[in-house]
Write a protein that binds this ligand. Structure first.
Ligand code: 8YV
Length: 318
């Protein structure tokens, strides 16, 4: 049995697995959830936690196929100890996340979310002018993380005339050459950037990578863009930085708590653009992600090595 814990996983892709196993859609609120999990040889999971308690309920499990590239919601160590493969969907969503990153940058810098309601309610009355935005040309874009997604963001920057700097735990000499990206250490990047965009996975070392100290280093006009994971930013420190004008604004697709609670402090800022974790949410990308998940599950059901193991399991064979 393959348990799919995403309600909108395409049925035709799920059907490609039926020659090998029955497929059932799992939801923790369903009456038969525990039984179905207990019978599952494979699960395709969204952002729900996969930890020791989850694994204890799934004794037959051979693979956890993450529907996404980030796998901070999966306890890989516990899976490895139990002989369960963990796969993800790298590559196929990089372009979509990079597109959303630019959508947030452009929305913020040209005040698009304020401009639309202005046209619908105020423009025709000619009572107040719409405030000016800023040019991108000549600004410095600082990318924290120049992996698959960061590199796509960098590629898309070429037409905007921005100066590109980046920080990463590993240098990318090839990309420095082809994209004209200059390496800077984290503090220098924060000091120099007009726009800081985050493209790192959530790890113990990146949790709250951007907090009070880091906001203190940023320009008062700087924009922070986060399409990675909410907890890479200390959200309380972000709210304080916005309140005190330590930075100029933020474009956020991810949050420490998702969905973002309705009364959250972030909602009251006009210089903040919010989207509901839609980095990979395009028809084409979500379909590619589903196909990658199915490919990984199919391999394991056939007794083969799955093609998209997470790096921690690159050398394991169960
Ligand atoms: C998905 C993501 O929205 O790839 C990721 O890590 O965060 C997004 O693509 C999420 O995984 C939904 O399951």
């Amino acid at each position: 049995m393959v348990g799919v814990s995403r309600r909108n996983f395409p049925e035709d892709v799920a059907e490609t697995l039926t020659p090998l196993a029955d497929v059932t859609y799992l939801s923790p609120s369903d009456a038969g959830y525990i039984d179905a999990l207990g019978e599952s040889d494979a699960v395709i999971v969204g952002t729900g936690r996969v930890d020791g308690a989850f694994l204890a309920r799934a004794p037959r499990l051979k693979i956890v196929a993450r529907f996404g590239v980030g796998y901070d919601s999966v306890d890989v160590e516990a899976c490895t100890a139990r002989g369960v493969y963990v796969t993800h969907t790298p590559g196929v969503l990089s372009g979509a996340v990079a597109d959303l990153t630019w959508a947030l940058i452009l929305s913020l810098i040209r005040k698009i979310p304020l401009a639309d309601p202005f046209v619908r309610s105020k423009w025709a009355q000619r009572r107040e002018p719409f405030p000016f935005g800023a040019d991108l040309e000549g600004k410095t874009l600082g990318l924290i993380g120049l992996g698959r997604i960061g590199a796509e963001v960098a590629k898309r920057s070429q037409g905007f005339g921005v100066k590109l700097i980046y920080y990463d735990v590993v240098r990318r000499p090839e990309l420095e050459k082809t994209l004209g990206a200059e390496f800077a250490d984290l503090d220098e990047l924060l000091r120099r950037s007009d726009i800081v965009s985050l493209h790192v996975p959530l790890l113990p070392s990146t949790r709250h990578l951007i907090g009070e100290r880091e906001f203190g280093l940023m320009k008062p006009t700087a924009l922070l863009i986060n399409t990675s994971r909410g907890s890479v930013v200390d959200q309380r420190a972000l709210i304080r930085a916005l309140e005190e004008g330590e930075i100029g604004g933020a474009g956020l697709d991810v949050f420490e708590e998702e969905p973002l609670p309705l009364g959250d402090d972030l909602i009251r800022f006009e210089n903040v653009v919010l989207t509901p974790h839609i980095g990979s949410a395009t028809v084409e990308t979500r379909r590619r992600m589903a196909l990658v998940c199915a490919e990984n599950v199919r391999a394991v059901l056939k007794g083969e090595h799955p093609p998209n193991l997470v790096p921690e399991q690159r050398d394991v064979s169960f």
